[in-house]
Design a protein around this ligand. Structure first.
Ligand code: HEM
Length: 398
């Protein structure tokens, strides 16, 4: 047939049996629309981590999908869509702005936010894990990181709800129109926020970037807007979805939850296993500008290549019994944060959020999924995996 197709509703619901087949029978696979799908851990690391697999072609493809307007004006300048040397230049601006001091401060804030969010929920004995806990935690973290006042979080939420769908191949014309309007407003807001930070620096990442580049060549407002937008879109739906996927894994494996409660030192290992077992980022795409050979398969110049981290995380050559959820594993790190030159700049922060969330939730007794699995609705995205809502119940405490 046409081969692997990530848009197939059955794949969106549960991609893992399809990945298992590809890993076994056709690890570098030419799928629907002539796109190449890469599944083995080592091959995914190569595709995600090396400059030969570029992003400029993806940027141009996406820009033509959304057409002219604020979306492509802002996003084409973000780190996601650059190749070297521009990629390296942006990365060396953003990376060091995550100073040890900022990370420590964020760690304390994240723990505090997770506790504060859970306090009123404890008495209810039920919640929507996504709306009531995961999303507000991720949103608070990213807005604190950017130095946005708490009162602007609702606006940020509304803009990102409208913009996020435009980053996917499944975007409809209506979604794109809404996204353009939202990006216009968001960029305007950020212009003011950045002007404010230039006047009076704070303890946030934008201020750190302004300060770091203050001497020689001051950073442009457009580069700062692009970076702020990049961090919002790299860093909050990913975390929200990952909290949901992780909690679902524990709900389906109650003995693993018991193990975590009995041995809380396993929290860091539990987070890694949640990332491996059901990653919120399933795939990332590239285009190659010259013929090349990937583990014996010839890929032609111009080919679109999709690296499936979700499959790499189940590669039996790297993980024994890969479909088993087991927080005691100590094999390879998950491929969920990518690799090499584009390894996720927020991985440390994301792990802190996942630890805070899971640590708090593991403390709830009688944790249960409140709707049948067949009723769970997954986001309509080929790249990002997560449930739209996850009702849970637990023993209420006064
Ligand atoms: C890049 C995953 C959270 C900031 C990436 C990439 C992946 C990823 C796979 C590489 C993309 C590619 O190769 O095309 C994740 C996951 C997260 C998460 C699974 C949560 C569980 C965050 C957070 C932030 C962040 C919280 C920021 C606060 C970034 C940035 C890049 C990136 C700036 C671009 C790096 C570059 O191109 O050099 N992330 N991410 N991410 N991520 Fe994350």
């Amino acid at each position: 047939g046409a081969g692997f197709d990530p848009v197939d509703p059955a794949v969106l619901r549960d991609p893992y049996p399809y990945y298992a087949w590809l890993l076994r029978h056709d690890p570098v696979h030419r799928g629907a629309n002539g796109i190449w799908y890469v599944t083995r851990y080592d091959d995914v690391r190569t595709v995600l981590g090396e400059a030969r697999f570029g992003r400029a072609g993806i940027r141009d493809f996406w820009a033509s999908l959304v057409g002219p307007g604020p979306l492509s004006e802002v996003l084409r300048h973000t780190i996601f869509f650059q190749d070297d040397p521009d990629h390296e230049r942006l990365r060396s601006l953003i990376g060091p702005a995550f100073t040890p001091r900022l990370i420590r401060r964020m760690g304390a804030e994240i723990e505090q936010t997770a506790r504060d969010l859970l306090r009123p929920l404890r008495r209810r004995g039920e919640m929507d894990l996504v709306d009531d806990f995961a999303y507000p935690l991720a949103l608070a973290t990213i807005s604190t990181l950017l130095g946005m006042p708490a009162r602007d979080r609702d606006a940020l939420r509304a803009w990102s709800v409208d913009i996020a769908p435009t980053l996917d191949l499944l975007a409809s014309p209506e979604e794109i129109a809404r996204g353009q309007a939202a990006m216009g407003q968001f960029a305007e807001y950020l212009t003011e926020l950045i002007a404010e930070r230039r006047r009076s620096p704070g303890d946030d990442l934008i201020s750190a970037m302004i300060e770091a580049t203050g001497g020689q060549r001051p950073i442009t407002t457009n580069a700062l807007i692009g970076t702020a937008v990049a961090l919002v879109f790299a860093g909050h739906d990913t975390v929200t979805n990952q909290i949901g996927n992780g909690v679902l894994a524990f709900l389906r494996h109650p003995r693993q939850l018991e193990l975590l409660r009995a041995e809380p030192d396993r929290l860091a290992g539990a987070v890694e296993e949640c990332l491996r077992y059901d990653s919120s980022v399933q795939s990332n795409s590239r285009q190659i500008s010259a013929d090349l050979d990937l583990s014996g398969t010839k890929l032609p110049e111009g080919a679109f290549v999709v690296a499936l981290a979700g499959a790499a995380n189940r590669d039996p050559a790297q993980f024994t019994d890969p479909d088993r959820f087991d927080i005691r594993r100590s094999e390879r790190p998950p491929m969920s944060f990518g690799a090499g030159m584009r390894f996720c700049l927020g991985a440390l922060l994301a792990r802190m959020e996942l630890k805070a969330a899971l640590g708090q939730l593991a403390g709830l007794a009688e944790l249960r999924q409140a709707v049948p699995t067949g009723e769970l609705v997954y986001r309509r995205s080929t790249m990002f995996r997560g449930v739209v809502s996850l009702p849970i119940t637990f023993a209420a405490t006064p």
